[in-house]
Design a protein around this ligand. Structure first.
Ligand code: ATP
Ligand code: MG
Length: 644
């Protein structure tokens, strides 16, 4: 655990719209009077018919029900597009940066309006109605945004499936959502490689048929088109009207379904609704990223993840922002790509994931330093606990010490950031997500459900609802209640562990399943991993527990070395000593296995569930591996482990 504190920089203090005192006062109000607080905040979006009821929520295990602004009506696309037209028709809504560095596009709010309307009319022409589910399986191209907003415009419910998923994973999600219309592209393009999206859809539909496939042209590749089922988007769009009225939606009408990334098991279809979600995405986008009119804002996530939904599309566009959408990957054509894009488009706010930061850090400082990055003002992180070492590097090298980092803790289920610094108000601690956002009531409990006070460590639960919360697991409300509200009745169980320090700051210690019990001492895997990553030769580490005769659980560490470092017995010992020295004898790894690569989800999260099985030697019981980015990594680890 790092003890360093980075106070709010002086220039940020001067211009902060929320400083520390205001944060404390507003936070207090938001949790004492949630109806008053959220009733006011909800006016940041436009309503068609105003709400009179603000909050109507119950976390009671037998009657879980979450409703916000329930008698109001609005439309998300109207809020993200139409209402900006009087002032922003000619301003850029989306900067699209292609995989090829010479290709980019600016789309104004006016152009966005027409594109969304045309897409909406195409969907309507193919029979899509309010409440119908549309599966979107697209690469990171503007049409992904058009399609999502088109669904919102007519009241259809989108289910975006990440373009990197296999036909099997896609079929499972189409089936679960029961969608009859699929939107895809001929091919995707990432890091110079083509991804056969349409062929994947064809394979998926062999398992679960659908009525209509709309195919956007990206590469112009030759693809099979099934007459009567498959349609070319460009031909369809040319034939429909350029305007489409937006539907009046109830605040609690579904907006989208999104499947969680599957780090812990079978993905769940998180259902988010209209009014509360948009209010929460838009408010957090403005305050967490200190978004100011005219800023260029870039979130590197894929729209297939909730981060892409809330912080590439809905939050920024609801705020009339310029949001950058990047088709490619951080290391193509070179590991300077992110920073070259920052310079090219004069990006002010940059938001990415620890996995990308660690990978770029392993390539050294030079590829960063050869770029200017003078436009950058704020950096963000999301997806996993960020190791203090990676945080420091991000701060010192990428941000040149001048950009605060917002380490935002949240989940698909939460719709937006729940624990996060606010850059003008919060002193930063590398590795800590710091304080709750307005209206969020985190608690740390012990395994029996007792609420712990003061500085403590345990399970993270949220005691009351916030507007961005998921409403149900699509088609399975029982699973929703079971997963989140049963183990600790009356609270939302996050599945994550956390520590609260004496200042009241929160440190996410990882998933609860990832806590190891070594001779009666509870250790968060994140802490041991951070110690390993702090070693100069280590690029990435994943730590799991395994059965140990004496200690109950032993510590098994998978370690990826920096480029050019050769694994050796000597280094193995050195790393074990290093951790012992950094944390204490209790944390000394029992086994260090060098791993050329770690199994990750498509969103870049380490799948410790699989690593646990390998450490236990249970190679036959690896569980659901359909969401793995690269299955060959697992084979390699199993081979190596079996040889031990
Ligand atoms: P599944 O629920 O299917 O296992 P998942 O939890 O990986 O998948 P997401 O909703 O994308 O799916 O990820 C949320 C999780 O990511 C959080 O519960 C937490 O474990 C981790 N996380 C996200 N942001 C942070 C952060 N800033 N610090 C620490 N952990 C984070
Ligand atoms: Mg989860």
């Amino acid at each position: 655990m790092s003890h360093k504190i980075y106070p709010v920089p002086e220039d940020w203090k001067k211009t902060a719209r929320i400083d520390d005192a205001r944060y404390r006062a507003l936070y207090e109000r938001s949790v004492k009077d949630p109806k008053g607080f959220w009733g006011e905040q909800a006016l940041r979006i436009d309503w068609i018919s105003p709400f009179t009821k603000v909050k109507h929520t119950s976390f009671d295990t037998h009657n879980v029900s979450i409703r916000w602004f329930e008698d109001g009506t609005t439309n998300v696309a109207m809020n993200c597009v139409d209402r900006h037209l009087p002032e922003r028709a000619h301003r850029t809504a989306i900067i699209w940066e292609g995989d090829d560095p010479s290709v980019s596009r600016h789309i104004t709010y006016g152009e966005l309006h027409e594109a969304v309307c045309r897409f909406a009319n195409v969907l309507k022409k193919h029979g899509v109605k309010k409440g119908d589910r549309v599966t979107i399986y697209l690469p990171m191209i503007p049409e992904a945004a058009f399609a999502m907003l088109a669904c919102a415009r007519i009241g259809a419910v989108h289910s975006v499936v990440f373009g990197g998923f296999s036909p099997d994973a896609l079929a499972g999600r189409i089936e679960d959502a029961q969608s009859e219309v699929i939107v895809t592209a001929d091919e995707g393009l990432r890091g110079g490689k083509k991804i056969p999206l349409k062929a994947n859809v064809d394979a998926a539909l062999d398992k679960t048929p659908a009525k209509t496939v709309i195919v956007v042209t990206r590469t112009g590749a030759e693809i099979d088109m099934q007459p009567g089922r498959d349609f070319r988007y460009e031909e369809e769009a040319a034939r429909v009207h350029a305007d489409c009225p937006y539907a009046e939606m109830d605040a609690e009408d579904p907006l989208f379904i999104l499947y969680t990334s599957g780090s812990t098991g079978k993905p769940k279809g998180a259902l988010h609704t209209t009014g509360g979600y948009l209010v929460y995405a838009s408010l957090t986008h403005e305050l967490v990223f200190d978004y100011r009119d005219g800023d260029v804002y870039w979130c590197t996530a894929d729209v297939g993840w909730v981060t892409g939904h809330s912080y590439i599309i809905y939050g920024p566009l609801a705020n009339g922002a310029t949001t950058l959408m990047f088709e490619g990957v951080p290391n193509y054509p070179s590991v300077s790509r992110f920073w070259e894009i920052v310079d090219k488009h004069k990006v002010n706010i940059f938001y990415t994931a620890p996995t990308a930061i660690r990978a770029l850090m392993a390539a050294g400082d030079a590829p960063v330093k050869k770029t200017s990055r003078a436009s950058l003002r704020l950096l963000g992180s999301v997806g996993e606990p960020i190791n203090p070492e990676a945080w420091e590097w991000y701060h010192r090298v990428v941000g040149e010490g001048r950009c605060p980092i917002v380490d935002t803790w949240w989940q698909t289920e939460t719709g937006g950031a729940l624990i996060t610094p606010l850059p003008g108000a919060t002193d930063l601690k590398p590795g800590s997500a710091t304080r709750p956002f307005f209206g969020v009531v985190p608690e740390i409990i012990d395994p029996l459900g007792n609420v712990l006070e003061g500085a403590c460590e345990g399970l993270l639960v949220i005691a009351d609802s916030w507007p961005g919360q998921m409403r149900t697991v699509f088609g399975d409300h029982e699973r929703f209640a079971q997963t989140y509200f049963t183990a600790y009745p009356g609270k939302y169980f996050t599945g994550d562990g956390a520590r609260r320090d004496a200042d009241g700051d929160y440190w996410i210690t990882g998933r609860v399943d990832d806590v190891i019990n070594v001779s009666g001492h509870r250790l968060g895997t994140a802490e041991v991993e951070s110690a390993l990553v702090a070693h100069e030769r280590v690029s990435e580490a994943a730590v799991v527990g395994y059965p140990h005769d004496i200690k109950g659980q032993g510590i098994y560490a998978y370690v990826t070395l920096n480029a050019g470092v050769t694994p050796s017995e000597h280094l193995r010992k050195e790393l074990a000593h290093w951790v012992r020295h950094e944390i204490g004898p209790i944390a000394t790894p029992d086994v260090v296995q060098f791993a050329p690569g770690l199994p990750k989800t498509r969103s870049g999260k380490i799948m410790r569930r699989i690593l646990r099985k390998i450490a236990e030697g249970e190679f036959g019981a690896l569980g659901d591996t359909s969401t793995l980015a690269d299955p060959s990594v697992v084979e390699e680890l199993v081979r190596e482990r079996a040889g031990k």
